[in-house]
Structure formats: structure tokens, C-alpha cells
Design a protein around this ligand. Sequence first.
Ligand SMILES: Nc1nc2c(c(=O)[nH]1)N[C@H]1C(S)=C(S)[C@@H](COP(=O)(O)O)O[C@H]1N2
Ligand SMILES: [Mo]
Length: 317
Amino acid sequence: MLIRIPPPWFLPEREATPEKVFDDRRAFIRKLGLAAIGTGAAAIAGAAPAKRTTRKTSAARIPTADLYPARRSENYTIDEPLTPESIASRSNIFDEFGSQRDRVWKIAEGFPSRPWRIHVGGAVEKPLQFDVDELTRQLGIEERLYRFRCVEAWAMAVPWTGFPFRRFLELVKPLPAARYVRMVTAARPDAMPGWYTTRRVFPYYEALSLAEANNDLALLATGIYGHPLPNQHGAPLRLIVPWKYGLKGIKSIVAFQLTREKPGTFWNELSPNNYSFESNVDPTAPGQSEETMLDTGKVRPTKPFNGYGELVAHLYA
Ligand SMILES: Nc1nc2c(c(=O)[nH]1)N[C@H]1C(S)=C(S)[C@@H](COP(=O)(O)O)O[C@H]1N2
Ligand SMILES: [Mo]
């Protein structure tokens, strides 16, 4: 049985406004940044000895493991060092597994992310189902280096592997009336110990306009750091939209629903004043002008659309 010890920064949500939770999480990240500076990033990396465990225990059973590492796209590289995997894969937000981000990887380790079916319904020519590995093999995967910006003002640089959302939509054939695509995370309270420990009502759900999902930057990720996604990063399939805050990047997707009307999204419906449907990275928004790099603790200015404005600003003009 999992005994949950609240960290010092944890506020029971019944006592907290969403703003308070938001601020406390930011304070936690500042502490993380300071720790990295104080002890050296190497010491922190050294504190994660089980780096390869996730790969050995789960990757061995992943039928698409042979596709990795995938060819790196020439179109999506970045001019900054990648965040070490030992940092990115040991500090995760996946609240269904609990809110202590340095423990999510461990708690999620045994989550059954294979076999995995993806359901597609709503405004499509006909409802479809896929096995995630068959879908991955059919569409083919590539590696892209993307900047990543969480609304809590930390950032990283990550090599994702996956297929463009656009190619998935070509396959599922939305009806002409479809305007949005809604996504839902797995509902597995039996295997997700964070399910009942907050006031939030899972499953997590997200959505994009079809224009956003058809933008070439929108990636359905199946892998990270040259191997299949470990559970803490949203195995077997998650969304990556690097011009938006990380909260749009819904993990462990089981269903896609095409809709005519604009769907609700998890954080927008919880706290509409703090999180918009779009949730585009916006340095002019309160508290969003700077970001702290997750690995080095270095602080830098945040860019509009997280630096991807040339590719996406026209969607919002
Ligand atoms: N289902 C689900 N998806 C989720 C979340 C979550 O709690 N549950 N957290 C989001 C947030 S706030 C962020 S910043 C990213 C973190 O992704 P990472 O742990 O792979 O870095 O996942 C997003 N996707
Ligand atoms: Mo986030």
C-alpha cells in the first residue's frame, strides 16, 4: 500500500485556491533550481541510479522497440543543450500517479502500458480502433528536438520521437464538419495511485483545434531520448505541442474524439482564469516572463509561443 506523505509545499486542495496551488508549485521548482545550483547538476544526476531500469523492464516488452532510435528530423533541432535524461525522467507531472514529481517515475513503473488500444470516434467517417504499436509501425516515427515550457515557469530541451498529428488525422478521416480533436488519458484508477488523492476528477482530457493539430509542429510522441516512452512521460502515446504550456501535452492517450463544438479541457475547466483553452506560451501573461531551466537552474527570458511564433502565430491572428 502506498502511504502518501505530503511534501512541505503541499496544500490540501480544499484549502487552496487554484492560484495558491499554482504558486506553491512554482516555489517548489525554484527550490529545485537552487538545489541544482548548490550541489551541481552531476550530483543530482548521480542520485538517480536506476536510470536504465525503466528501459530494461518495460522496453523489452515493447513491440516497436526496434524502431528506436529513429532518424532525427533536420527541420526540428535546437540551439541549446538537451536536458539530461536523468533529470527529465525523474521530475514529472502526471498527477494520476501522485503529486510528488520526483516519485512519479517510481510509482508509474509497473503501469501496464502494453498492450494498448486507441479509440477514435465522433465526427469521423467511421469509428476506428488501433493497437498503438501497429499504428506506430504503420505511420513511422522520427526524432525531433523541441523546447518545452511548463506553466510553472520551468523549461527543458527534449528529444521526442513520434509521428506528426497531421498524419494520424489523414488516417482517421475527420468529417468536413469536424473542428476540434479531443483527447482522453487512460482511466485506470486501479493502477494510478494518485487518482483519489486530490479533489480533481480524472481522467485528464485535452483538445486542440484541427488547425492546431494539423500544424506540422504538433507531434504524437511514442518515445523520448531515443527509446520508447517510459510510463512517467506518458507511455505509450502522448501529445507534444511545444508552443503551448506543458499541461496541453496530455499523456497516455486512449481516445481521440472529433467534434464540431469546442471541447472543454482539464485545467481550463478547473480554473478558467488561470488556464485558457489555447494555453499558448505567453511571456506577457502574469508570472510568465522568465523560465528556469530544469537541469541547470539557469533563468532566461520566455519567448512568445516558446520561440515557435514563425510556425504558429498565424493560427491566432
Ligand atoms: N494525463 C496527464 N497528462 C499530463 C499531466 C497530468 O498530470 N496528467 N501533466 C501535464 C503537465 S502540467 C506537464 S508540464 C507535462 C509534463 O510532462 P513530463 O513529465 O513528460 O515532463 O505533462 C502534462 N500532461
Ligand atoms: Mo506543467
